[in-house]
Design a binder for this molecule. Structure first.
Ligand code: PXL
Length: 275
């Protein structure tokens, strides 16, 4: 039977992130993507003057409808949630789905700062969601907010990462920390159960801010997990695919800065996953 992932994330009409990335990526992997929009924005929050339409009421009704129909999901993948109220709503829905692998991308910031629209209380609420998740996918900034550790952008020790991972492991068995800057690479570290933290994958460092990169990574990762791959294999392949998309974007002199030019790479997902 075809696998299916419930994707709980915003729709940024423009800017290529969240659901506008998750749906094509997961579909290209041959997996059904069920979309649950958390908000509709004209563009992601890095664009000045973005519009924001809250869809909490619709989420509530959609969750009730799914409950009534008795729907089940191989995984529930959550990304951008607009409010602590939505976090609570998602937590309640997740608690009724023991059959699902719960993958939480705690979208809330980058480069040591929270995104526009999130206040200092938000990381505490996200921690509650992390507690009922099987896998966390924070970037280093988000990992620091969750772990209540200072953010150090570069030249930190392995001890620093180990400390962060140990705090995340109090909340969830598995964490994949992305966006760890090294001299020439951006690395991905995985922490599983009580095993030592591991540098699992790396891609070449490109000094350009490309929004939506984390969403491409998380969508591929979620798809690979649902297809039965080991966590480290899923993280490695997601890194490889994301790097391919980044290179495809930065080598195009006419590319807009809106997000990754991932579309020409989708066929490689289909080929990898078909079978
Ligand atoms: O890519 C993460 C993300 C998701 N959703 C919205 C965002 C961002 C990052 O800026 O603004 C609305």
């Amino acid at each position: 039977m075809q696998k299916r992932i419930l994707c709980i994330n915003d729709i940024s009409c423009m800017g290529k992130c969240s659901l506008t990335v998750a749906l094509p990526v997961i579909s290209a992997m041959g997996i059904e993507a069920v979309a649950m929009p958390t908000a509709i924005l004209s563009a992601h929050t890095v664009f000045e003057g973005y519009t924001f339409y809250d869809t909490t009421a619709q989420m509530q009704e959609a969750f009730s409808h799914f409950d009534k129909l008795g729907e089940s999901f191989d995984a529930i993948y959550t990304g951008y949630l607009g409010s602590t109220e939505q976090i609570e709503l998602v937590r309640r829905f997740i608690s009724k789905h023991p059959e699902s692998l719960i993958i939480t991308d705690p979208v809330m910031g980058d480069n040591g700062r929270l995104y526009s629209g999130f206040d200092r209380d938000y990381p505490r609420a996200i921690r509650e969601l992390c507690c009922c998740s099987d896998v966390l996918l924070p970037n280093l900034t988000e990992a620091c907010f969750i772990a209540e550790m200072p953010y150090i952008a570069e030249e930190f020790s392995l001890d620093y990462l180990t400390h962060i991972a140990a705090r995340l492991s109090r909340l969830s068995d598995n964490s994949v920390i992305t966006g760890v800057r090294e001299q020439e690479h951006i690395a991905v570290y995985t922490a599983q159960h009580d095993q030592p933290i591991k540098r699992t994958a790396a891609s070449r460092l490109i000094n350009k801010q490309l929004h939506g990169t984390g969403d491409v990574f998380a969508s591929v990762f979620a798809g690979m997990m649902v297809l039965g791959k080991e966590l480290t294999e899923a993280a490695s392949f997601a890194t490889e695919f994301t790097e391919m998309c980044i290179l495809n974007t930065v080598t195009d002199p006419k590319a807009r800065w809106y997000g990754l030019t991932f579309e020409p790479c989708l066929h490689t997902l289909y080929e990898k996953c078909r079978g």
